[in-house]
Design a protein around this ligand. Sequence first.
Ligand SMILES: [Zn+2]
Ligand SMILES: [Zn+2]
Length: 413
Amino acid sequence: MGDDEVLAGPDGVRAWQEPLYRDLHAHPELSHQEHRTATVVAERLRATGCEVHDGIGGTGVVGLLRNGDGPTVLLRADMDALPVREATGLPYASTDTSADGEPLMHACGHDVHVACLLGAVALLAEGAPTWSGTLVAVFQPAEETADGARGMLDDGLADLVGHVDVAMAQHVLPLPAGTVGTRSGPTLSAADSLRITVHGRGAHGSMPQAAVDPVVLAAMIVVRLQTVVAREVAPGDTAVLTVGSVQAGTASNVIPDHAELQLNVRTYDDGVRSRVLAAVDRIVRAECAASGSPREPEIELFDRYPLTDNDAAVTARVAAAFAQHFGDDAGVLPQQSASEDFGHLPVALGAPSTYWGIGGTDADAYRTAEEAGRVAQDVPVNHSATFAPVLQPTLDTGTRALVVAALAWLTPA
Ligand SMILES: [Zn+2]
Ligand SMILES: [Zn+2]
């Protein structure tokens, strides 16, 4: 194992990695607008001697470290932030806004992912004499809008990187800082959003006989959709179907001519996923027919995230390497209800993959909350205005995790 030799240098990395992280945190950018971030990434990759390709899928950046024969390992970090007004009180909190004046915040910790991957690339570049193979560092835009990985693939990522033996990524989560967690099999849910427009016939509120009422139609759909998970998904399978928005009409005495519903579906199995989506389609069309709707409904799928399904063999290899390096701080990651578009990369590249979690919550604060049974209430989670990963040991742990996982695949020299 070359881990110890490669990881002997994190002190040198920390000197630029910590200020770089604070700078990224102070200057978040929305999905597809990661121009400044991409520039910072490309500059740092060039400084570490990588072959750099930028502008992939918009603002995506790829750093290639070709170091002789051996496996190709792909590591991916996402770069985008969210329209959230930061309330962490950190000295490096964001006060930036978008061009439209929206407050911006790295509320999902993607700045941690970028800083850690840059650190890992630098350590592996310095430690190049100890390993051989190829390292592909992918800095992906637009994870939060579910289309950044797809965009890089559509823009030729597969041709650029060639054969990939393994693809890996990580996420900072509300778990104790300093810990890492791996999980085999379905780890993050698949997600689908649907926008459904159903059509009626408008009329005066006092003359229902002249109308096809889309409000009643939409209400019937909402109720009937509750039977999908209750009556069509097997008890051992998991699915969530939420109708998050119903919009129709403008006045009490006007029957409108259409209604719009927005749904969100989460599943952990591709078979369950297709069954649930087919049931939604069937129920919506049948309720429209039952109401005498004058037109077929429009059903549009958007914000679709693939299932993050960790390969068993890859996960076992990474988990063993983590156990050796992190000892008791390496454990099993609980299944997460959030979603990720990372899964598009390994599927398109034909590479097995794994995706792990690193803690970002101050370990003492986490323990206090745990002892009080108040983790869910007291520990800020991703996307909240107070999500503030502690700088260390979070950056150090995320950097080490990437290096250790990569070296579990790269050939020792
Ligand atoms: Zn997020
Ligand atoms: Zn995220």
